[in-house]
Each structure stands twice: as C-alpha cells, then as structure tokens.
Design a protein around this ligand. Structure first.
Ligand code: 5RP
Length: 236
C-alpha cells in the first residue's frame, strides 16, 4: 500500500510539473482544487518567484486560496478578470474523449466556471483516473444542490435511473456544505454511455447548481504514470 502511494504521489507531482510549464508572464489562470492541484500550486509559486512572473490566479476553493497565499501566488476574482488564459485542475475520472467526472473534493461548481472562462483547460491526474467509460468502478457523479431543493433533486435523480446519496463529511455531522453553502449529492448511474445527455438532464432539474460532468471542455490531460507523464490532447 505504501509502495502504491509513493508512485501515485510522484505521478501526481510529475503531471503537475508539466502543466505549470504552460504558465507564462502576464497569464491569468484558474486553479482547481484537490491533492494533485496542491503540487501544481507549490510549483507555480516557485516558478513565479524564480522567473519573476506577473501571474494572477483565481482559486476555486478555500483550500486552493490558502495554498496560493502560502506559496506567494497573487490571487484575483472573476469580476476583475472574467477571461482566463488557462485553468489547471484535477479530475476523478477521465474517459477516452477527455470528458471528466469531477467534484469528489466538492469544488465542482467553481471549477466548471473557471474552466468555462478559460482559453485552455489542462487536467492533471495519475493514471488511476483514466477510464474507458465514465461511471466505471462505481464512480458517482457529484452534483451540487441548493439545500432547499435536496429532497426534490433526490427524487428526480432516481427518476433518471441514478442512485443518489447525500454526501456526509468528516469533521462534522450531517451533510457536507460546499464553499458556496450548498449540499452535494453523489449520484451513481453505472456506466454513462452518453455523458452530454446525462449532463443536460441533470442540469435541467430545478435546484441543481452544477454537475461534476465536464463534457467537451478539456484541451490537454497530463497523466502521471509509473515512470513517465503521458500527454493526451482533445481531438478538435
Ligand atoms: C475537486 C475535484 C478534484 O479535482 C478531484 O476530486 C481530484 O482530486 P485529487 O487530485 O485529490 O484526486 O474535482 O472538486
């Protein structure tokens, strides 16, 4: 197990190093959330200092904001910079068309907003995240929901054939509350043959703030493997 963790952490870090090479002087970037992104934030902080870069970042969570502050990365907000040059983010599952499931860290809504605001979306992950079809290995789709609507959305998810579970957190009793003050439903759909259609149907439910299905958004994936990083690019 320890051995496994070693290569996974190296793979995450190596993928992060490749992504940070895309950051140039005067870039405004989005920074996702999670354990892989933590490596990218640290590396970006070093790069900004070493190369004296004027870079600003929009963090997608309190986790990333605090890391950005720790590593000396100037932060900004979308109201000041509504167009971003690139976003670097992690993922929970990546299919062959580079569609994603995201949100096991609970930051999916802000992550999708910065991805949509960006010229280029770069995803970094270790190779365990690669899947033939989204939903493999009982991977749920995280859905951010207004607390007022949680029971209503639960019923609608069941009607779509999903098995919804309200996410409960460590360190607190009751539902996880996102950085936006909402709840997360983890919805199990089995194999998702048509992610675009499922995304449309879930988004149409009143009370759904955002889903963790990122369809057709990714430009580049750096996939950390045992001894190398594989670069995958979306076919345009
Ligand atoms: C957070 C996310 C993360 O990018 C995703 O959960 C991957 O996290 P990690 O790098 O820790 O595996 O979507 O909302």
């Amino acid at each position: 197990m320890k051995h496994e963790n070693n290569w996974v952490e190296k793979a995450k870090k190596n993928a992060a190093l490749e992504a940070v090479k895309h950051v140039e002087d005067n870039c405004v970037i989005g920074l996702g959330s999670g354990s892989t992104i933590a490596y990218a934030v640290e590396e970006l902080g070093k790069k900004i200092k070493l190369e004296n870069l004027r870079v600003k970042a929009v963090p997608t969570s309190y986790q990333t904001l605090m890391l950005a502050v720790r590593y000396g990365i100037p932060t900004t907000i979308l109201d000041e910079n509504p167009r971003l040059d690139l976003t670097i983010d992690g993922a929970d599952q990546i299919d062959e068309a580079l569609n994603l499931i995201k949100g096991m860290g609970g930051a999916l809504a802000r992550e999708k907003i910065v991805a949509s605001a960006s010229e280029t979306l770069i995803i970094i992950a270790d190779e365990r995240k690669k899947a033939k079809i989204l939903g493999e290995n009982s991977q749920p789709v995280p859905i951010e929901v207004l607390p007022f609507a949680v029971s209503h959305v639960t019923l609608k998810i069941k009607a779509l054939g999903g098995k919804p579970q309200i996410r409960e957190g460590a360190g607190k009793v009751g539902p996880v509350v996102t950085d936006n003050g909402n709840f997360i439903i983890d919805a199990y759909f089995g194999l998702i043959k048509n992610p675009a259609e499922l995304e449309r149907k879930i988004k149409a439910i009143p009370g759904v703030v955002e889903t963790g299905l990122f369809v057709g958004m990714t430009d580049i994936v750096y996939l950390g493997k045992h001894y190398k990083v594989e670069k995958l690019e979306r076919k345009k």
